[in-house]
Design a protein around this ligand. Structure first.
Ligand code: TPP
Ligand code: SF4
Length: 305
């Protein structure tokens, strides 16, 4: 287990809601990456959380960018650093830090382009499973069955009908050197995987599970518990992909695995779901898990044969 750094690069006194998983995410990420990090943030909750300049709560350089441009503007920051004589650009980590809407929907072309051009950046998707900053609208990464303000639950059993977009698979198909899922409920492995990402050069992708009590209609004090339940139910598996090779880490033992309904039931956004819908979600979770286990068995060459 990697050493857990004491140094704080995110100060208290921020604007996040109580229990915000995205706030934990930034704090742990900066602990892992250190002070030579430039953070590039599009429109999202994290555009508000640091506060108004000059009273921002991060001890690292921070740029704000337009919603759809994180990948492109991170590429620009990297290119600009290379040109500067007074900066050793190899010492600086450029991080695009975007929500799921900014990463998987509106920002996906910029992300894809940055990865395909082999840009030396870490692109982070902090996944709170909706467009939270503008009032809990559904994104492509919102899970099936969830209430959001654009998938309101009416008398006809309305809720989000489409399954969660699989960003790790989309990114993996670009042949990235390194990609990993991490969960704010497990700070040690979170920091360890970010430190590992730092050891690679080229495009890296980190999918952070970041519970949002406000948008998930859950108690702020349950934020970390939500992370644990998502992991134990295999709703959000922890795995990494190194040059195409899958590795599941922190795998829950068979007797630790819990039904997905244990995870769903403490969130108001799933309260309306009938039993058959909960079973459907369970089946999807089981199938995705089997697929992941299969991928883990293969080397990159075998996967693409
Ligand atoms: C082109 C454009 N469209 C819409 C918006 C309005 N907007 C700002 S933040 C946001 C939601 C961001 O959602 P997400 O990326 O998931 O991050 P979160 O707010 O959940 O942290 C939207 C729609 C914008 N700033 N720019
Ligand atoms: S709405 Fe959710 S993601 Fe945004 S600051 Fe509040 S808890 Fe965090």
């Amino acid at each position: 287990m990697a050493e857990f750094p004491e140094k704080e690069l995110m100060n208290s006194g921020h604007n996040a809601c109580p229990g915000c998983g995205a706030a934990h995410a930034m704090r742990y990420m900066l602990k892992a990456l250190g002070k030579n990090t430039t953070v590039n943030i599009p429109a999202c909750c994290w555009a508000v959380i640091p506060g108004v300049y000059p009273s921002r709560n991060l001890e690292v350089p921070l740029l704000y960018t337009a919603f759809e441009t994180t990948g492109a503007s991170s590429s620009g920051i990297r290119a600009a650093l290379k040109k500067r004589d007074d900066v050793d650009d190899a010492e600086v980590e450029v991080v695009g830090f975007a929500g799921d809407g900014g990463t998987a929907d509106i920002g996906i072309q910029a992300l894809s382009g940055a990865i395909e051009r082999n840009t030396d950046t870490i692109q982070v998707m902090y996944d709170n499973e909706a467009y939270m900053n503008t009032g809990i609208q559904r994104s492509g990464v919102t899970p099936e069955g969830a209430w959001t303000t654009t998938t309101p639950v009416g008398s006809k059993g309305d809720w989000k009908k489409q399954p969660k977009k699989e960003m790790m698979e989309i990114v993996e198909s670009h042949n990235v050197p390194y990609a990993a899922t991490v969960n704010i409920a497990y700070p040690d492995s979170f920091v360890e995987k970010f430190k590992k990402a730092k050891e690679f050069s080229g495009p890296r992708f980190m999918h952070i599970y970041a519970p949002c009590p406000t948008g998930w209609r859950a108690r702020p004090s349950d934020a970390v518990e939500l992370g644990r339940l998502a992991h134990k139910s295999r709703f959000f598996p922890l795995f990494e992909i190194e040059h195409g090779k899958y590795n599941i880490y922190k795998e829950p033992k068979e007797d630790e695995v819990i039904p997905v309904k244990e995870y769903l039931k403490i969130q108001g956004r799933f309260r309306h779901l009938p039993e058959e819908m909960v079973e459907k979600i369970q089946k999807r979770v089981d199938t995705k898990w089997e697929q992941l286990k299969k991928k883990e068995r293969f080397t990159q060459e075998e996967l693409y044969e």
